[in-house]
Design a protein around this ligand. Sequence first.
Ligand code: GLA
Length: 386
Amino acid sequence: MYPSSVVELFKEHFKAPPSLVVRAPGRVNLIGEHTDYNDGFVLPAAIDKAIYFAASPRADLVCRLVAQNLHDLCEIRLDRLEKNPSHPWADYLAGVMSVVQKAGFDLRGVDLVFGGDIPVGSGLSSSAALEAGMVRVLDQLFGLGLPVFEQIKLAKAAENDFVGLNCGIMDMFASVMGQSEACLKLDCRSLAFDYIPFHAPDEALILNNTGVKHSLVESEYNTRQQECTEGVRLLQTVDPAIRNLRDVSPDLLEAEKKRFPERVFRRCAYVVQENRRVEMACAALKNDELARFGAFMYQSHEGLQHDYEVSCPELDFLVDLTRHEPAVLGSRMMGGGFGGCTINLVKSAAADELLEKWRRDYARKFDRSLVSYRVQLSDGVRILAV
Ligand code: GLA
């Protein structure tokens, strides 16, 4: 399967073997949602679903790009990088090339095939994997010598400045820095991070995919950021040292409640509480208190559903299905929201039976089939072959 099918397609297409193969994983986020762009804390991990790249450098400015899963290809030029509405997938690659060139690096064209098993639009960060992997491809092919943190920042810049989503740094960070035994507690302000071992020998991480595809660019994702910024502006009149919701304590927010429009208050309250929850959830994980960890997952969902309002009926239904199941420790919507997956911490022994039941219940309610994935943690972006 992967990466051999990508390599085979490369050979078929370009009549020569690739000079490089790279793997870039998707990610889960255990807790800490919509906190990254508020300079807060997150707890993601790279997973065993990934995008694989086979690539070779060219001497000219042409890039021949092939998307294996989409059975699509397109040709772009490095001196004419712009959004490509007929091949939107190419924007992620062009975006990376654009920001790398803007950062002052001299690039040449590439022949490239990519493909993989991260479901698109499901909140598993296929776009961040595409961007983070592409940065590594260019770094290696053209000897750019980019330090990993620089690679992460360039991948984020591609999404922010070229694709147009003002996302935070969590997804790229997890895709690049992931480890197979641990999740990453990341301080999105300082980029200081800790690997927190994920000891759950009798539990499985299960993703339930609503099948509702989310396109965050078209969603209210950017609106949520504006609402948070508005909250910060209101609080800066009280304390000019506040730079971001990260700097706000629950007490301060409560004390200044009267300054806030009701909706903006709820948005800010969620973020301030979620930051605290990440800290407490990490402590629970370190103490092997998985039930306590799971309770924080449910609280996170409550906030995302009612205060931050980025859930949807399908996500809420899937979380509700897990309540009162003794074999489920925690469940919540994951990622940007408005569709995508829930993440569930489930006793492995009961998983098959529960999945069967959830599939039936979901189909009955929404007339749509529920696809679930049991994920393992994995290492971050790696060069597989040169
Ligand atoms: C998306 C964004 C991330 C993050 C999450 C919500 O995945 O790309 O930066 O904001 O949503 O936590």
